[in-house]
Design a protein around this ligand. Structure first.
Ligand code: FES
Length: 276
């Protein structure tokens, strides 16, 4: 996972215990160029005179893009990180970010502890959230530098006069991931990112009867957040986490069967999230 730009100094990927391990996080990136930008941003953390404050710097994504934040955290903790700082490169910063990231970290801590209960040498680290850099007064200098660089910056190309056509996809299944406020607060962005990463990795657009995925506004059963629906059956799934997305893909998307552990029937009765 590591490469030249996010390698720690002075060692080759471990953490030194005193200085925190820094993970710069952005929402999503699929193309190579923005992923490279994130690697460069992580390298800046070490190169810009903050090496005395950080033992390692790397990047991760909270939505689509690899590595996902969970993967990166698992990798850094396994490398010995005992203190991690998350730096959100998110503009604008949505107010619910701190809420859902807190809930997700609590869930991942439980998961990590379950997975490593026999390994006392692998404790869950202290994880702190930094303010978004653009919220700091020093951002003024950066913005001033951006404005003065506009004269030499390559400008966007004009669109061609000829209209491009589009193919209508034949996929049968649609997976909707709710992004209403309660679902967002429960971590919808992360499961959306996990779904999109798995969709790309397993070529799900063209596997079986094919699938598409889309973000949706409130789908209705907010108390079951985060909520996912699979169409054309219209099956609702609640309390969906990464394992839930995997189960929905294997059972429903690829085999047309309900992923029972996460499904809630449309039977006119109130349903409460099951303990997991
Ligand atoms: S916000 Fe997701 S179901 Fe209402």
């Amino acid at each position: 996972m590591d490469d030249r730009s996010d390698r720690s100094r002075p060692d080759e990927g471990g953490s030194d215990g005193d200085r925190p391990d820094v993970i710069i996080i952005a929402r999503s990136a699929i193309a190579a160029a923005p992923i490279e930008e994130m690697r460069a941003a992580a390298a800046h953390v070490l190169a810009a005179g903050v090496a005395s404050h950080a033992s390692h710097a790397s990047h991760a994504f909270t939505e689509q893009g690899e590595p996902a934040l969970k993967e990166r955290l698992w990798e850094r903790i396994a490398s010995g990180a005992r203190s991690i700082v998350l730096v959100p490169l998110i503009v604008p910063m949505e107010p619910s970010f701190a809420i859902w990231i807190g809930k997700i970290l609590a869930r991942w801590e439980r998961e990590w502890s379950r997975e490593h209960e026999q390994e006392p040498g692998q404790p869950w680290p202290e994880i702190r959230l930094a303010p978004a850099p653009f919220a700091l007064p020093q951002a003024r200098d950066l913005l001033a530098a951006a404005v003065s660089a506009a004269g030499s910056h390559p400008q966007p190309a004009r669109p061609p006069a000829k209209r491009e056509g589009s193919i209508i996809p034949a996929q049968k299944r649609r997976v909707l991931v709710c992004h209403g406020a309660p679902c967002t607060a429960a971590g919808a962005s992360l499961i959306w990112g996990h779904l999109r990463n798995v969709q790309a990795r397993r070529s799900l657009r063209t596997q079986g009867e094919g699938m598409m995925s889309a973000k949706a506004s409130c789908l209705g059963p907010c108390n079951l957040a985060p909520v996912v629906q699979v169409w054309p059956e219209g099956t609702s799934y609640g309390g969906v986490d990464e394992a839930g997305i995997d189960a929905i893909i294997d059972a429903h998307v690829l085999n047309g069967a309900i992923a029972e552990d996460y499904a809630y029937p449309a039977d006119g009765r109130k349903h409460v999230l099951r303990d997991r």
